[in-house]
Every structure is written in structure tokens, then in C-alpha cells.
Design a protein around this ligand. Structure first.
Ligand code: NAD
Length: 278
């Protein structure tokens, strides 16, 4: 097969190439980004009008900035949280998540490595999901080692959205009232201070999960990359390391990357077509 290095082929022949590649490899790791969940109604943050256009990442995508904003402008942080939570709480896995779960039933999949924080791969039935940027469906105690996560239910998150909306409309949107509305996500209890289990800019990745992701990429003979721009590091290095080791790369999405096959288009449409012939 000729490496496509990002060039688009007519889709049927490209699907055929990708299918052959999957058939001839046994150990297939998966690496996903925001694009895999776009068709579940969760917008990517970077697109025009996305979250980062309205809530600058310098203020909202690092803990220091976010905590300072809570004190100086809790109303804006409440709006940010509502916009972040609402689509994720409402989302269901789409055909792309289901196709990835199906792959696990047919091949050895050492890991579904995801940059996403929405829990949709697990909901679709993938069993070995490596959430390298954490999960919005959990809180974690600050400064305590891995393993102190608390799972949040969809009901708890829905109630939090409602309480934040009431706070936004209240006449006194001050910090203590904000903390009360957001108490499921942020607070202090007898175990310490807790906050969402998210990796923001400047944070270390969760060591054990990252090690498992690196190992999955080290041992795979094919990496199925879905819906990522490769702009976030160190996550983006996973594709390079797989390629450097000689693994085949299938890229499914709207943006190119160095790969053997590029299925150019929407993951929810292309992945089921890819899996249909397997
Ligand atoms: P990104 O926003 O940088 O890139 C998304 C990629 O998906 C782009 O290449 C885009 O063209 C592509 N895309 C959009 N719609 C698609 C579709 N229907 N099918 C296939 N591809 C599609 O996202 P990233 O590379 O994952 O990095 C952004 C960071 O933001 C990550 O750390 C991630 O945690 C976070 N994020 C998570 C979610 C989520 O959990 N669902 C959503 C937005 C952002």
C-alpha cells in the first residue's frame, strides 16, 4: 500500500484499503478526539463559535485562571460550566462510538485512547477506555494520588446545570452562591478539596493512564485515529510514535495527518461503512 500521507482518495477505494489493512492486522489501538463526539451533539471547542471563542482558554482552560475567574466573575464561570456540561449530559453515543466498540469484539484492541471527557466510548460498550484528559463524569481530590475519583451520575450533573442556571438569573451572583450551586463539582469535604477530574492546560496527564496509552501504541500494529486535530500535546505524539514504530495509521476525520489511509469525512458516517465490510 502506498502511504497516502494525507491525500484524499475516492471514498470507496479508500474504505476498501482501510478494511484490508484492518483485516491484515491483529492488534489495533484506537485514538480519538473531539470529532468522534461531534455527531452526538457535543461541539468541538476549537471550531468557529466553539467554547474557546467565547471563553478564552487562557482564563478557562487552566485551574489557576478558572479559580481566579470564580472569584472575580462567578457569573461567567457559571455560564461556561453550563455550556460545557449541557451537551455532554444530553449526549448519547453515535454510530462512530458504536463502530469502535464493535471493533473490540472482532480484534484485539489494547486500548481506546481518548482525549474526550464525555464518557461516550464506555456508554457505547468499549471496555478498555483510556481517558488521558480525565472525565467530566467524575470529581477528584486535589493533590491526592490517582484512585480517588468519585463518579457523578447524569442526574447529579443535570441538577447542577439547573442550579447554575438559577444562580445566573439570581440578583446576587456572588462567589459563595456560586460555590453552593456548583457544589457537586467544586468543594471541600472531610477528604479534602475536590474538583472535576479534568486535565487542563499545564496539568500533568494521569501517569498510569498515560503509561497504558503509550504501551497500547507501542504494541499495536495499526492505530485507528478518529476526529482529532493533533494540536494538543503530548496526546498528539501518540500518532507519531505509532508511525515511527512501523504501525499502520488509519485517519478518520476532517483534518489530515501523516497516515497510510485517510478516510476523509464524518466519523459517524464512515466508521460504520468501514466496519460493515469486516
Ligand atoms: P479538536 O477540537 O482540536 O479537533 C477536533 C477534530 O475533529 C478536528 O480535526 C475536526 O476537523 C474533526 N471533526 C469535527 N467533526 C468531525 C466529525 N463529525 N467526524 C470526524 N472528525 C470531525 O479536538 P481534539 O484534537 O480532541 O483536542 C481538543 C481538546 O478538547 C481535547 O483535549 C479534548 O479533551 C477536548 N474536547 C473534548 C470534547 C468531548 O469530550 N467530547 C469536546 C471538545 C473538546
Amino acid at each position: 500500500m502506498n502511504p497516502a500521507s494525507g491525500s484524499a482518495n475516492p471514498i470507496e477505494s479508500t474504505l476498501h484499503q482501510a478494511r484490508e489493512l484492518l483485516r491484515n492486522t491483529s492488534n489495533i489501538a484506537v485514538f480519538t478526539g473531539a470529532g468522534v463526539s461531534a455527531e452526538s451533539g457535543i461541539p468541538t471547542f476549537r471550531d468557529d463559535g466553539g467554547l474557546w471563542a467565547r471563553f478564552p482558554p487562557e482564563q478557562f482552560a487552566n485551574w489557576l485562571g478558572l479559580e481566579q475567574m470564580m472569584l472575580s466573575n462567578p457569573l461567567l464561570v457559571a455560564s461556561f460550566l453550563v455550556e460545557l456540561l449541557r451537551p455532554i449530559v444530553a449526549a448519547q453515543p453515535n454510530a462512530a462510538h458504536h463502530s469502535i466498540a464493535k471493533l473490540e469484539q472482532q480484534k484485539s484492541v489494547p486500548g481506546v485512547i481518548t482525549q474526550n471527557i464525555d464518557g461516550l466510548h464506555q456508554k457505547a460498550g468499549s471496555t478498555h477506555v483510556l481517558e488521558i484528559h480525565g472525565s467530566l463524569m467524575q470529581t477528584v481530590y486535589v493533590g491526592r494520588s490517582q484512585g480517588n475519583e468519585r463518579d457523578l451520575t447524569v442526574d447529579e450533573l443535570s441538577e447542577t446545570i439547573q442550579e447554575l442556571e438559577i444562580f445566573i438569573q439570581s440578583r446576587q451572583p456572588n462567589f459563595p452562591r456560586f460555590l453552593n450551586a456548583a457544589r457537586t463539582l467544586f468543594g471541600v469535604d472531610s477528604f479534602g478539596r475536590y474538583r472535576p477530574n479534568l486535565v487542563l492546560f499545564g496539568d500533568m496527564l494521569p501517569a498510569l493512564v498515560w503509561e497504558q496509552a503509550v504501551e497500547a501504541v507501542r504494541t499495536c500494529d495499526c492505530l485507528l485515529v478518529v476526529g482529532t486535530s493533533h494540536l494538543v500535546y503530548p496526546a498528539a505524539t501518540l500518532t507519531d510514535s505509532a508511525r515511527a514504530r512501523g504501525a499502520k495509521i488509519i485517519n478518520v476525520g476532517l483534518d489530515s495527518c501523516p497516515c497510510d489511509v485517510w478516510l476523509r469525512g464524518r466519523a459517524g458516517e464512515l466508521l460504520p461503512r468501514l466496519m460493515a465490510g469486516m
